[in-house]
Design a protein around this ligand. Structure first.
Ligand SMILES: CC(C)(COP(=O)(O)OP(=O)(O)OC[C@H]1O[C@@H](n2cnc3c(N)ncnc32)[C@H](O)[C@@H]1OP(=O)(O)O)[C@@H](O)C(=O)NCCC(=O)NCCS
Length: 166
């Protein structure tokens, strides 16, 4: 429930994001039930895939581990591999892809907390994105991003270093 409340607050003024995240949290909850109990929720999982993934084009797989307070702006064309991990209070925008480098490769990105991902950004492979990092629109991230850094471009490079604590 806490996650739903945090998502709701994070997406204030954005009813689409709020509703999609409620649907996602319920689907994640159902899929997290032990075998074979989750199968009782299979019709709901099918509904989630049809509505959110197929019709709305927001591929936020219900197995994905996502921290509370996810902000989802627009959402269209979002693809998040289910092995990826999204930390707390992150922001994802439309056209973003977070996933593996190839179909044979199961390594997926791990995003820390408070990570802001720009529109059309792509984050690939076994990369770690540190807390508070900002990924610019259209960036292609294939290497780790330090906490607090801003990266942009293809391949993504640091355009703003993390702020030093005085
Ligand atoms: C990355 C970002 C946060 C940087 O913003 P900023 O801190 O204000 O940075 P600046 O505009 O001062 O740019 C700094 C440098 O990075 C470059 N840059 C900024 N964003 C870039 C991007 N997305 N891709 C490539 N280069 C970028 C600028 O051209 C500038 O280069 P220069 O120093 O050679 O002139 C921002 O540009 C961005 O991409 N935000 C994503 C937001 C988004 O997706 N919005 C969609 C709304 S629907």
């Amino acid at each position: 429930m806490n996650r739903i409340t945090c998502d709701w607050a994070a997406n204030r003024g954005n009813p689409k994001g709020q509703i999609v995240l409620v649907l996602f949290r319920l689907a994640h909850r159902v899929r997290s039930l032990p075998d074979p109990w989750w199968l009782l929720g299979a019709p709901y999982l099918a509904f989630y895939r049809l509505l959110v993934e197929w019709l709305l084009g927001i591929e936020l797989r219900f197995k994905t581990v996502v921290g509370p307070g996810l902000r989802l702006y627009h959402g269209q064309g979002l693809v998040v591999h289910e092995r990826s991990v999204i930390g707390e209070n992150c922001t994802l925008r439309h056209g973003t892809t977070i996933g593996n480098k190839s179909a044979e490769d199961s390594d997926c990105p791990i995003l820390g907390n408070d990570v802001d991902v720009g529109a059309q950004a792509i984050v690939l492979g076994a990369v770690r994105v540190g807390n508070g990092a900002v990924i610019g629109a259209g960036a292609v991230v294939v290497k780790d991003v330090p906490a607090g850094a801003t990266v942009a471009g293809n391949p993504a490079r640091i355009i703003r270093e993390p702020r030093r604590a005085d």
